[in-house]
Design a protein around this ligand. Structure first.
Ligand code: SAM
Length: 348
């Protein structure tokens, strides 16, 4: 039985209902959609060159941003339909006041298997321990350079030592560490081997993400893309590695281990070889705009549904997003120039 958006049942009924839940979230291409990326804010304490203009993006008026209560209703409804993993993102999620209380409510949603968070790490030194206490299971930490000058240039304002302190605090708090580096030719690609070397004696998962020309800066930035294959080739010259198995709820990266290393490396290749065939995700922004693909221009506004209809309207809308999830993204750098992707709003 369904009670206030929750599934309540035991024995055979439970198994039958669970089966219905999982088939509801299968899209037109047979993909099981069980992963929600939920942005909680459009604000960020960095201005990464590839993500935002120097002056930042026009911020949404406060009434447009969903309250935690409203975001929670979306999350709980999504889980009741079959979402098993939620990644909280932003902007920078840790700058939103009250985030810890919100995360612990999310962690308490029955049937949610994984609660994870993406952060730039600047506030982790003080927040890693409380995040663990709130029930966050894993962190992805974005760090694009291990050189403090280069880090400051890329982020326009960031202090690398704070991020490194944050990573150390996350390790002490017991988090498995995943580092995401957006690789850009002539900007930080000379550091790829240094990042890979971090995994030699630390159990980190280092992910190299292909830069997506998202249209936030002038110029033809396609020249910045370093294909994932090239990243791996460059590492292979220095360190031999082999492919490792991925977990069921793991993302689109292909993972490898340098021989004898404690950690793993991986590449995420949205540009050179899209992974749409395995895409299991939907996205909701802090203002309640939902989409089935990062690159999709079509969004469904969940705000009026949250504010007026409650769970039944939301269920219908979320199922519609799954039903009409595009089979393949049609990302095109020229389109992005005309119509920027707005990564800081969608949450990457
Ligand atoms: N503030 C958090 C952070 O720094 O991870 C979460 C939001 S950020 C928009 C999420 C992810 O999107 C980051 O890993 C960031 O590097 C990635 N991202 C943003 N713009 C990108 C682009 N143009 N190409 C590739 N990745 C991008």
């Amino acid at each position: 039985m369904w009670r206030r958006g929750f599934f309540v049942g035991t024995g055979r009924t439970a198994v039958r209902m669970m089966h219905n839940i999982s088939t509801m979230m299968i899209d037109a291409y047979g993909r099981k959609v069980n992963y929600l990326r939920l942005s909680v804010t459009d604000r960020c304490n960095l201005r990464c060159r590839y993500c935002m203009p120097a002056e930042g993006v026009p911020l949404l008026p406060p009434g447009e941003i969903l309250s935690y209560e409203e975001l929670f209703l979306i999350a709980r409804t999504a889980v009741s339909l079959g979402i098993e993993k939620i990644r909280v993102t932003g902007g920078e999620p840790l700058v939103r006041k009250g985030i810890l209380g919100f995360l612990s409510r999310l962690a308490g949603i029955p049937l949610l298997r994984q609660l994870v968070l993406t952060t730039n790490g600047l506030l982790l030194e003080e927040m890693a321990e409380p995040l663990r206490g709130a029930g966050v299971q894993r962190l992805n930490i974005s760090v694009d350079s291990l050189d403090s000058g280069n880090f400051h240039r890329i982020t326009r304002r960031g202090d690398l030592s704070r991020v490194l302190g944050g990573i150390a605090a996350a390790e002490r708090a017991g988090f498995p560490i995943k580092l995401n580096m957006v690789v850009m030719r002539g900007v930080n690609d000379q550091e790829v081997v240094d990042f890979a070397a971090l995994t030699l004696d630390r159990p980190y998962a280092v992910r190299f993400i292909e830069f997506m020309p998202s249209g936030t800066e002038e110029g033809d930035r396609r020249s910045l893309v370093v294909p994932g294959r090239e990243v791996l080739d460059r590492i292979a010259v220095r360190f031999p590695f082999e492919e490792v198995d991925r977990g069921e709820l793991s993302g689109p990266a292909r993972d490898y281990r340098i021989r004898g290393a404690a950690g793993t490396i991986g590449v995420i290749t949205p540009v050179s070889s899209h992974f749409c065939g395995d895409c299991n995700r939907i996205r909701v922004t802090a203002s309640g705009m939902a989409r089935g693909c990062l690159f999709s221009r079509e969004e469904t506004d969940l705000k009026p549904l949250v504010r007026e209809d409650g769970a039944p309207g939301l269920e219908k809308a979320l199922l519609g997003i799954v039903r009409f999830k595009p089979g393949k993204h049609r990302f095109c750098a020229d389109d992005a120039r005309e119509n920027p992707l707005g990564m800081s709003r969608v949450g990457g």
